[in-house]
Design a protein. Sequence first.
Length: 180
Amino acid sequence: MSRNHHVQRLNMQAFAQEGQPLVERTPLSNMERLAQETQGLEPDSSVSWQARAELRPRTGAEDDVWLHLEARATLPLTCQRCMGAVPVPIEIDQWYRFVADEDIAMAEDDQSEEDLLVMAPQFDLLAVLEDELLMALPLVPMHETCPVAPVFSAGEGELAQQEDAKPHPFAALEQLKKKK
């Protein structure tokens, strides 16, 4: 494969014509938004990924450029139950079709099963990879069973004091029962 490819300034037409896959391992530190989600739990983590572009014939027009993106990573996120680190496996397997401009993308988007991207002279493949990984993150990362029992202490002391201060709702009935 030609080493002239730079993942943040990729010429997709040339990459597709070459037909060779791009196989990389990218440190999380190169993906700023994704690194923020991991909150620095394992700064040496990385994402293994592969991209392959191909030209597919289309009747009466130029060939379409298609991109197949695959990625695998285990990201260290914060468990929202126990607040400890939880390793979350993420996998991406996505196809994209490139179109000439934004108008075509908007017009064809509803009918297309694949995701559409606009052809650019210098395509940022790393940004697309990071977007896909961010969308694959769980909304609420949690252990199936937390290694340490979670401590729920927010406001518990105040709640106990409020319960002690309130009279029992049936206390008046108890007094009436004793008078008989």
